[in-house]
Unconditional design. Sequence first.
Length: 92
Amino acid sequence: MFACKLCNQQFEVIPNDAVPVSQMRRGYQLFRFKNGELHDLREVRIPALTLEQLSARGKRGAHTRRHINQGIRKMGCKYCFPDTAQAEEKKL
Ligand SMILES: [Zn+2]
Ligand SMILES: [Zn+2]
């Protein structure tokens, strides 16, 4: 995925017939498209995981390190006590 700095359009790919008209700078490169339009394109990486997913994974990682590896079950940790966590949620 590529995003244009000039017009905010997004492109899946840079067309083969688009001609680079500048050096790449700060990740952007100016292209002249076949139809005469100029687009200053930068590759956009779509994160594989959302921040929410990353944070959930982080919590689970902390539980694995601090609880499972230490052989303890921590009150309030929903991974140590999945049943109570669910019960609490139902009450709310
Ligand atoms: Zn553009
Ligand atoms: Zn835990």
